[in-house]
Design a protein around this ligand. Structure first.
Ligand code: GRF
Length: 240
């Protein structure tokens, strides 16, 4: 039996993956405790699920932060003291080199303002692993470097609704369906500086029948996600 690891979780919505992880922790089928659930979105069902399980919760309202940055502009004093745009630009792989410099800078700066608020909450916990369970925000190198503090030691895990490297982005099942794939799946991977590009930890696949609708694909996929995520967390716990 491995010692239990402490995991933090971030969500944006319904939290069915979070529920699968809560259940696995309660049933002792994984050697993990959830120490917090954070959301970028107030009032979502996933927060209720966490509270019902007695888990600390918090919200960093990304929409409000980005709205206020758009309305008022971003001044130096709004940015985290340890934010260095040149450094983040040199590391980030979210925007191609031809992207508009103003838009890229605005994105990275406004996200860093939100990420600093996340970090202020997260880093007060003793946490071995950060689990993104349906967290629909891209993380920038500013955030990633402050969680992954040991070289080559990944500490942020994500679940993606497609068989990566196919169909990165926000609508994996939609893209799988639109392409007419006969096999769909989900992937758990570590977070690196790109979008859905980090090392793959585990995958599960399912068959798509010609008669399947997008809703059928989402249902089959989520059922696989609920199995896969706890397994990958356990694999991490056993690797420590
Ligand atoms: C899942 O399909 C996950 O792969 C994707 O968003 C969905 C979240 O579902 N990133 P839930 O909030 O865990 O129910």
């Amino acid at each position: 039996m491995t010692d239990k690891i402490n995991i933090g979780t971030l969500i944006s919505g319904g939290g069915t993956n979070l529920q699968a992880i809560i259940d696995a922790c309660l049933e002792n089928s994984i050697d993990a405790n959830i120490v917090f659930t954070g959301s970028d979105n107030p009032g979502v069902k996933g927060l209720e699920r966490a509270q019902k399980a007695g888990i600390d919760t918090f919200v960093v309202d990304y929409s409000n932060i980005v709205k206020s940055c758009k309305k008022n502009g971003i001044k130096d004093r709004d940015l985290p003291e340890d934010f260095n745009l040149e450094e983040i630009l040199s590391k980030q792989k979210l925007f191609a080199s031809g992207a508009s410099p103003e838009q890229t800078a605005f994105f990275l700066q406004s996200r860093a303002i939100a990420e600093k608020q996340l970090l202020d909450k997260i880093l007060s916990y003793d946490m071995d692993l950060l689990v993104l369970a349906g967290f629909m925000r891209v993380l920038t190198p500013y955030f990633i470097d402050r969680v992954n503090t040991e070289p080559k030691c990944y500490k942020i895990m994500n679940i993606h609704p497609a068989l990566l490297p196919s169909f990165p982005g926000t609508d994996g099942y939609g893209d799988t369906f639109a392409y007419g794939c006969k096999i769909g799946g989900c992937t758990v991977h570590y977070i690196d500086y790109g979008e859905d590009t980090g090392p793959i930890i585990g995958q599960k696949a399912f068959e798509i029948k010609d008669s399947d609708t997008l809703d059928d694909i989402k249902k089959k996929g989520l059922e696989k996600e609920w199995e896969l995520y706890p397994q990958c967390i356990q694999q991490f716990a056993e690797s420590l």
